[in-house]
Each structure stands twice: as C-alpha cells, then as structure tokens.
Write a protein that binds this ligand. Structure first.
Ligand SMILES: Cc1cc2nc3c(=O)[nH]c(=O)nc-3n(C[C@H](O)[C@H](O)[C@H](O)COP(=O)(O)OP(=O)(O)OC[C@H]3O[C@@H](n4cnc5c(N)ncnc54)[C@H](O)[C@@H]3O)c2cc1C
Length: 418
C-alpha cells in the first residue's frame, strides 16, 4: 500500500453504527485504545432510524415455512411487506436459494437455538451496558402487542408462539376488553392479539447510540470521519487506505460496516453472502396518536413504535441492493394502513426514511475472525435485530480480541459457515 503511515492505532473499527459503537464500548472498557471510522458520523445511518425494539424474544429465523408460503401473495403487491425489484432479481438469486435452504427444518431448528442463546446474552449485556453508560432511562419496558385480523391469521401464529415456549419467553393471547385496554382506539378489524410483556423499546435509537458513544468517548475512544476504501493485512498490522488518499495502520481491525461489510471482507479472502433488506418508515410528531406500546402488524410487515421523539410507523422488506434510489411510496403505503388501523391517527408532518438491514440468509450475524488475517474480526449481518444484539456482539468481539473463552458458542455465527 502506498502513502505514509501517520499513526499506529491499537484497534480500528470500521462502522459507527450501533454494532461498532458497542464493540468500541467493550474494547475501551477492557483498556484498549480504539479509533472508530465512519463515512457519515456516529449512529447516523441504519442504526439511527430503526423501529427501536430490543426484540429479545424475537428468536424465530425469518426463513420458515409460513413465511415462504406467504411469498407469492406478498410479492404480488408492489407496495406490500416484501418487494424485489425485477432488475435486481438475477443478482439476488444465490442469496434467495440459501434463504430457502435455511428454512429446511434441520437448519431452521439450529438457527432458532443459536438465536435464542444469542438473545439471552444480548439482554444481559444491554442491561449491563445501559447501567454503565447511564442510559437506562432511555429504556421503555411496556411490552409489545402483535395483532391479527382473522382467526386464521391468529392460528397460523400459534406454532411460532409454541416455539418460544421452549425458551421460556412469556406472552399472553388477548381479545375483547383485554385487547382494547392494551391499545385504546384500535380498529375493530383486529379481533385478537398477543401481548409480550418482556419486549422492550428505547426512547430513540439515534439518541441511544449517541449517548453510548459519549460514554465510550469519555473512556478514551476516538472517532474519525473517513471512507475506508481498502484494507490490507500486512506483517506489521492492518493497513487502512482512506478514500482521501491517506493511510492508517492498526494492530487489530473490527469490520462493523453494516450492509457494506462483505465488500471489506473480500479484502481478506472471505466471500460472505450478505444482502440488504431495505426498510422504510415515517416518523410522525409524538402527538399523532396515543400509542401505548409497540404495535406489530405481522400480516402487513410493519410496526408502530412510540418514541420520545415521535411516532414511528414502518418496516417492510425491499431486497433491492445497496445502490437503488429509495422508493418512499413504500413509507406512504404503510402510513396509509396505519391510519386505517388506528382511526384518528394524524398522518401529517412526518419524516420519511430508509435504512439498509445487513442480512444473511440464515438470519444469524457473522461474529468471528477473518480467514486470512488473525487480527481481523467481523461483527455484522444482524438483519432485523442489530439494535437488539449490538451489546451481545460487543461482548463477543471483546472475548475474541482478548483471546478469552467466548460467552456463547460462536460456531453458528462463524464467517466460514456458508
Ligand atoms: C426499518 C427498519 C427497522 C428496524 N427495526 C429494528 C428494531 O426495532 N430492532 C433491532 O434490533 N433492529 C432493527 N433494525 C435493524 C437494525 O437497524 C440494523 O440491524 C442495525 O442498525 C445494523 O447496525 P450496524 O452497526 O451493523 O450497521 P449500520 O448502522 O449500517 O452502521 C454501519 C456503518 O458503517 C459505515 N460504513 C460502511 N462502509 C464504510 C466504509 N467503507 N468506510 C467508512 N464507513 C463505512 C456506514 O456509513 C454506517 O454508518 C431495523 C432496520 C430497519 C431498516
């Protein structure tokens, strides 16, 4: 690599999303000197605008028989819960094939068990990190309410709830006055619901990320705004080539670059089938409707989250790659449904947003060491659950970097599993 090496960094992290921030937290607490690089800022992209859920009970992998059965119906609606732009389909086919295979009972069961183990760790680690970073006041512990429009939809959800029974996840099916009490003003079209008391949300994911970063910075970590164009493993460390033309050298590197991570992993001979599930939402003024807790409309692929900073309506999946321009008609389609589901909701004054979920076909993240560089570690691919699993991932990255026994079995998260 050409250019002069200005400075030796102990640990470089690429990506200041919530995963990079949490990895920085654990490594800094362990006494390591960390520099986090991001092209935008701290918690400014996908980690800033998500649905704010600590979804610790969301252990079911996405690829499952029920979901695959729904695919034709969802794909037929261009603004429905799932879209694949036809021009992107050829590039997506290998990922879709792996996704379909991940739904086979044997693979599905293994992913479910790994996800449940990860979630237990994730919850413990977030609660600890929130205490240490004094961000606990940003936690909302009022549960979630999943809603069904028909007996058929409710019955179809039952195997998923039975699977959660095996992991001790608490929930209560509700209807009538119980349902109306959990969310006053809900449309009569919803005849049943499931209340999950242990589900948590945060006041605002962007503010949480920034607050945790303030704690990490107070412990000595540094942020540098830069596009990392290339990374190379050499005899004396990892060389980072910045798009500006300058270089940095680090003793160890963590790749936490969200949906762009596989592009960096290629520099270390790792081919990782990372795709992006683009998601959309609209954040309304907090006065738009009195939503008591996160409402989940699984049949329509979106949620409504009451935040300290507004009311966020959105979700959906668009398997459209990293380059295509956003199609905010998707945000508007969900907002229009929200208006029908909560008659009286004021849809005005909203801010539209799109984010890039970094997704692997088996719904598990990649947490492990690069094949061709022992001092490079991967922490990406958390799909729908990056906020939820960020602190657990930070803990596991610390275990790996320090050479300690990992808190959980890392085999299901290995970069070489594909
Ligand atoms: C609509 C929607 C709703 C969601 N709801 C939830 C939820 O309720 N709960 C939950 O747990 N998860 C949710 N998610 C998922 C969650 O937002 C993601 O999994 C998480 O934000 C990923 O975090 P990350 O740190 O891996 O990546 P990111 O937040 O994408 O951060 C990666 C960073 O790396 C930077 N970067 C990449 N390449 C380079 C480079 N070469 N040089 C410099 N910088 C680089 C990017 O600029 C970016 O800032 C949702 C996602 C969406 C889209």
């Amino acid at each position: 690599m050409r250019g002069s090496v200005a400075e030796e960094i102990d640990i470089a992290i690429i990506g200041a999303g919530i995963v990079g921030i949490c990895a920085a937290a654990y490594l800094t607490e362990a006494g390591r000197k960390v520099v986090v690089f991001d092209r935008t800022g701290v918690c400014e992209e996908t980690s800033s605008g998500n649905a704010a859920a600590f979804a610790f009970s969301d252990v079911l992998p996405l690829a499952q028989k029920g979901m695959i059965r729904n695919l034709p119906r969802w794909l037929a609606d261009p603004l429905g819960p799932l879209a694949i732009p036809p021009a992107y389909l050829p590039a997506l086919l290998p990922w879709l094939w792996r996704f379909w295979r991940a739904g086979a009972p044997r693979h599905h069961e293994a992913s479910l068990a790994a996800q449940a183990t990860m979630m237990r760790l994730a919850e413990t680690e977030w609660m600890g990190l929130m205490d240490r970073s004094e961000t606990r006041s940003m936690l909302r512990e009022d549960g979630s309410l999943e809603l069904y429009e028909s007996e058929g939809e409710f019955r179809a959800s039952l195997p998923g709830w039975a699977a959660r029974d095996r992991f001790g996840i608490g929930y209560r099916h509700v209807d009538g006055a119980d349902l109306a009490g959990l969310q006053p003003g809900l449309s009569q079209r919803f005849i049943k619901g499931t209340f999950v008391p242990g589900w948590k949300t945060v006041a605002d994911p962007r503010l949480l990320g920034k607050a945790v970063w303030a704690y990490v910075e107070s412990k000595g970590a540094r942020f540098e705004r830069a596009v990392i164009a290339r990374v190379d493993a050499g005899d004396r460390g990892i060389d980072l080539a910045l798009a500006s033309g300058s270089t940095r050298r680090a003793g160890q590197l963590i790749v936490a670059a969200g949906a762009w991570s596989h592009l960096l992993a290629r520099n270390f001979s790792d081919t990782i089938p990372l795709e992006t599930e683009r998601g959309y939402n609209t954040t309304l003024p907090a006065t738009a409707f009195d939503v008591k807790r996160q409402l989940i409309f699984s049949g329509h692929g979106f949620v409504i989250t009451p935040l300290a900073t507004g009311l966020r309506v959105g979700g959906a999946v668009e398997l459209g790659g990293l380059k295509r321009a956003p199609n905010y008609a998707r945000s508007r389609a969900m907002l229009e449904k929200a208006r029908r589901f909560l008659p009286g909701l004021d849809p005005s004054g909203g801010r539209e947003w799109m984010g890039f979920r970094p997704s692997l076909p088996d719904s598990l993240p990649v947490i492990g060491r690069a094949k061709a560089a022992a001092n490079v570690f991967y922490a990406f691919g958390h799909g729908h659950l990056g906020l939820t699993q960020a602190a657990g991932t930070g803990r596991l990255i610390r275990d790996l970097v320090l050479g300690q026994a990992a808190a959980i079995d890392l085999a299901p998260f290995s970069p070489t599993r594909f």
